[in-house]
Structure formats: structure tokens, C-alpha cells
Design a protein around this ligand. Structure first.
Ligand code: ASP
Ligand code: MG
Length: 410
């Protein structure tokens, strides 16, 4: 017997029929003798619909009221799922985040979980119930409803699994696992049986949308084995955990190729090469709450240097305007920008023990005549920024070069 936390996303509970399908999957686990806590999202599209309703009334609604509003989506699905479980002969009880209770800080719309009271859940489980908990929501110490940020149900599930010391946190979604890259870009992409937390974290933050980054961080921190699997197709999915010896033995240098489409870069040239300049350039960008990704400063010449950074494309105009006004104050030569760029990254813990991975990446891109605009590396990833029009070609040729395809022979 195992103790499982099973999370079902919006597409898995999109209509009553699918909710019954979820009840069957949960029932199967129960029949095998497992204890099951289920976390559900709102029915797909519901959170957006609710946000839209508020938007029709006000451009600047109160954050407290928005949390009261959007948390209703999940409250609907917990009840419907319990009704479906009852119909199939299972005992089940639903709980909102506040009822559990999932205690968070006060940050409406992006609250962080601080504590989970596991007692009511444990006594329900002991009485043979499936416990169904609303994802995405919690309550602060004043009893106010809070939400965790978009996609937050993954985090709810992992946090519950950690608090209850579950054996596994299973994230059911509309894909059957984590792939070597997005199969829409490279049809030869292969499902990975296993991947490490570190790799998954890089993949998630580099653009792979299978899991919310925060949930992976959480799972790694509390060592909760995570499994991504499909609500619609049978299979073992992908296990994300620390222990990945099998994969090391396979000697996979690169586990996956991640990419982010909506990138933009800004460059300020001819700024004085002296202490404090980077802070003066990036300070106002940070003050405007614009997240900066890669940062590159060239070696100076004639007491001047160039400074380049990347941001999300949606922030391009705002960041450019800020930079232009800073450029004047700094007496810089000019501000250049490009909002037709993408970031492509290779990720793999195997890189740690092998030299030459980066140069293989650069050579592969060079062979396709793809120009690299920026490069950034960490222990287990190499990212390049390239022109948007080369995205598909870059992903496919790297996928091939690192032997990731389904029909791999190496
Ligand atoms: N319903 C919320 C959202 O759409 C939370 C989730 O689905 O994880 O973002
Ligand atoms: Mg979701």
C-alpha cells in the first residue's frame, strides 16, 4: 500500500464526463489499496472566465476580492469529483484550502504556503475516505482567502504531499510525461522515463510548460518524488526524483532541449566602464518589476563598455523606454533592441562530468548557419539566444545531434 497525492489539472476535469473519468482513475488507485488525497484545478478555462468577468467591471479590482472570485473555480471541481466518487461507490470528502487548512502568507494572487494542518485529512483517510482538496488556494492568518498564482494547483499538490509525507505526488495532465523536447516542434521527441529535479527545474524555468517551476522547487526541497502522467492514456509517465542512476549509466549527456519563444533583448552601448554602472542600468528595470534573464557585459575599451540583457517580449516596450531615459543620464552612445529572438537551451546533469558539450552545441548550430547572439551557461545547461526564425531548425538539429530521438541508435 502506498500513500499517493494525485493532482488533476483543468483539462482533466473540463466537463462532467471527464470528472467521472478522474473518479475512475482515483477509484483504481483506491482499489489497489492505496490511500489517496486528490488535488484538483478549476475546470479548464474557468479561471480565465472568472478573471474576465472582473475585467469587465474594473481595470483595477481589489486583490482580495480577486482571490475570493478565482478560488471558486476549484471549489466547484472538488464537490463534483466527490459526487462522482460517491456514485462509483467510494467514500470521499472535499475541502477548500481554508478548511484544510492550507496556511499562506498575505500576498494575494501569489501567496506562499507556510503550513498545512494534516490532522483532518489523516482522520478522513483513516476512515477510508478519498480526500479531495481544492488546489491553487489557501488562507492567511486572518482567515482571508488567498491564491498561489497561475498554475498553482501543482504547488498545492506537492505541498500536501510534503506535509503528509506521501510516497509519490502524481500530476495527471494532458500529456503523458516529460519529453526530450516539445513534440509539436520535434515529432521525434521521446518521453523520458526518469529525470532529476535539477533537470526538471531547468526545463520548467527555461520554457517547458509541463509543470509550474515553483512546484518542482518545492518537490526537490522536500524530496517528494513527482510523477507526470496522462489522465487520458495509460502509462507510467515520467518520474522526477533525485535518484537517477539508471540514466547516468545510459550516459545521457543531454536530457532535453528547452526553449522560450517570447524573448527580447536590449543593448546599451558606450556606457562608462566604471563601478555602479550595471546597477544604474538594471536598477530602474528591477524597480519597474521587469524580470531580467541573461545579462552580458563586454570587456571595456576606451573606458567604455556595452551592456546587453534579455527580458520577456511583453516587457520590451516598457523596458526600452526606461533604458532610453537612463541612457541619456549615463551619456551612453545608443540603445538597440531586438524583440524577434528566442532562447534555446540544452539541459542535462551529464554535462557536469563531460567537457565539450557546449562546443558540440555551437558546432551543430554553426553547421545549420544559425548565428548565436548570446550565450549563458550553468552547471547543467547551456542556453543560446538566436533569431526567432531559426527556432525549429535549432531545436531539431540539437535533438538529433545529442541523440535524443525516439529511434536513437547510439
Ligand atoms: N486554476 C488555476 C489556474 O488556471 C490553478 C491551476 O490550474 O493550477 O491557473
Ligand atoms: Mg493548470
Amino acid at each position: 500500500m502506498s500513500f499517493l497525492v494525485q493532482k488533476f489539472g483543468g483539462t482533466s476535469v473540463a466537463d462532467p464526463e471527464r470528472i467521472e473519468n478522474v473518479a475512475r482513475l482515483v477509484g483504481n488507485a483506491k482499489d489497489k489499496g492505496h490511500d489517496v488525497v486528490v488535488v484538483v484545478s478549476a475546470m479548464s478555462g474557468e479561471t480565465n472566465r472568472l478573471l474576465g468577468l472582473a475585467g469587465e467591471i474594473s481595470g483595477n479590482p481589489s486583490k482580495r476580492e480577486m482571490d475570493v472570485l478565482v478560488s471558486t473555480g476549484e471549489q466547484v471541481t472538488i464537490a463534483l469529483l466527490c459526487i462522482a466518487l460517491h456514485k462509483h461507490g467510494y467514500k470521499a470528502r472535499s475541502y477548500t484550502g481554508a478548511q484544510v487548512k492550507i496556511l499562506t502568507d498575505d500576498a494575494h494572487g501569489k501567496a506562499r504556503i507556510q503550513h498545512i494542518d494534516d490532522k483532518p485529512i489523516r482522520s478522513d483517510l483513516d476512515a477510508g475516505n478519498v480526500v479531495v482538496v481544492a488546489g491553487f488556494q489557501g488562507v492567511n492568518e486572518h482567515g482571508e482567502i488567498t491564491t498561489l498564482g497561475r498554475g498553482g494547483s501543482d504547488t498545492s499538490a506537492v505541498a500536501l504531499a510534503a506535509a503528509l509525507t506521501a510516497d509519490e505526488c502524481q500530476i495527471f495532465t494532458d500529456v503523458d510525461g516529460v519529453y526530450t523536447t516539445d513534440p509539436r516542434v520535434e515529432p521525434k521527441a521521446r518521453r523520458l522515463d526518469k529525470i532529476t529535479f535539477e533537470e526538471m527545474l531547468e526545463m520548467a524555468s527555461l520554457g517547458s510548460k509541463v509543470l509550474q517551476t515553483r512546484s518542482v522547487e518545492f518537490a526537490g526541497k522536500y524530496n517528494v518524488p513527482l510523477r507526470v502522467l496522462s489522465s487520458f492514456a495509460p502509462g507510467e509517465g515520467t518520474l522526477i526524483s533525485y535518484d537517477n542512476e539508471e540514466q547516468d549509466m545510459e550516459n545521457a549527456l543531454v536530457s532535453g532541449i528547452a526553449f522560450a519563444r517570447d524573448e527580447a533583448q536590449l543593448k546599451i552601448t558606450g556606457v562608462p566602464d566604471q563601478p555602479g554602472v550595471a546597477a544604474r542600468i538594471l536598477g530602474p528595470i528591477a524597480d519597474a518589476n521587469i524580470e531580467v534573464d541573461m545579462i552580458i557585459q563586454n570587456t571595456g575599451a576606451n573606458n567604455c563598455t556595452d551592456f546587453t540583457f534579455t527580458i520577456h517580449r511583453s516587457e520590451y516596450d516598457r523596458a526600452k523606454a526606461i533604458l532610453i531615459s537612463e541612457a541619456e543620464k549615463l551619456n551612453a552612445r545608443e540603445v538597440q533592441g531586438d524583440d524577434k529572438i528566442v532562447k534555446v537551451s540544452i539541459v542535462g546533469v551529464g554535462m557536469r562530468s563531460h567537457a565539450g558539450i557546449a562546443s558540440k552545441m555551437f558546432k551543430t548550430l554553426a553547421d545549420e548557419a544559425i548565428n548565436i547572439l548570446l550565450i549563458a551557461t550553468s552547471e547543467i545547461k547551456v542556453s543560446v539566444v538566436i533569431e526567432e526564425k531559426y527556432l525549429e531548425l535549432a531545436v531539431r538539429s540539437l535533438h538529433e545531434a545529442f541523440g535524443l530521438a525516439a529511434d536513437k541508435e547510439e
